[in-house]
Design a protein around this ligand. Sequence first.
Ligand code: SF4
Ligand code: SF4
Length: 395
Amino acid sequence: MPENKSERIPALADQCVQCGLCLPACPTYALDGNEAESPRGRIAIAAALAKGLAPVSDGLREPLDHCLGCLNCERVCPAQVRFGELLVETRAMLGPAPGRPRVLLAVAKRPALLRWTKLPGLRRWCERLAHGLPERSRWRAALALAALKPSTQPQPMAGRARHASALPRVALFPGCVGSVDDAPAQQAAVTLLEAAGHPVTRLPAFCCGALDAHGGDTQAAARAARRVRESWRTSGASILVTVTPGCLGQLRSALPGVAVEDPYALLAARADQLHFRPVPQRVALHVPCTQQNVARSAEALQKLLARVPELEVMPLPARCCGAAGSHMLEFPDRAAGLRAPTLEAIGALAPKALLSSNIGCRLHLAAGLVEQAMAVPTLHPLVLLARQLLPGHPS
Ligand code: SF4
Ligand code: SF4
């Protein structure tokens, strides 16, 4: 593969045989019914821009900005086109979109600032302010997310003994939004991994760079990748885990050769060590695109949930909810359109809770549930598992 971007993009695009088999898997093609908003259309546009066959215009840039980076197309492509790589390269070539909500993203990437927005008084203020703004405006979407009630902490398991273990040490990467909004899931991951016999080290909380890489800000993404490598070097761990599948791809590209996973495969491998109290409830399970297409851990998660007696897990149809990193802030209208079928499916199941592993998806779905007055709490699956975990002794 050539080093030069203007040659790399056409080389990646040349892998596409234009069969169109990816079109039915693409959520934006389903939304718009327009070839430009499909993987094949985006590949053709990216190649034309990289070769200088067409000048960059709003009309050509927009479909590339609309792409969710869900990688459903990559999963079904018989020619194994590396669409994710092509998308990141193309956005790097174009630079950040003019309408990118820089201030909102700057706050989202800084855990110290983000924690402020969660203070109870400020949360209520965000809620009131959001109601005064136009429907589907970017600031309204952001304030509605900030106004969501924080999820609850998992119950600490009394009397759980920690044992010296021969299993590899795991480093937990907290991320930015995840370190604040998904703190209970991170605590749950530590509880479960330790119960399975893995010693755990927590790394400092900062952004992995995914928001920048997907937004075309290559310098900021490279700075974040350097920080990831520095903090990994001092961790003394041999596996890096994140509870946010949306961070996985970026962490893997920052740490080539390192095992970077979500915790489910590690926990499923030790499932016989984990015992749970029953939950006589029906829950809906949303599998985020990054969990499906990057982590590929949906099966391990289902295996773990199946160990919780009396829990009825109803998987939602596999489709992108529209959150897609900063997409829900940049294009709130489109994000709401993409979310609608998932909300409808949740309504039909009438579950006691909605489980989803990605904090962005969960916040976006929770905001939709509030909008539609559906009283369905949202939860990271690890939080449910840690709550139900029975004390035990890893061997
Ligand atoms: S499935 Fe693959 S080869 Fe076929 S059009 Fe889509 S990207 Fe191109
Ligand atoms: S990454 Fe997702 S939204 Fe983008 S072209 Fe592929 S399937 Fe469509």
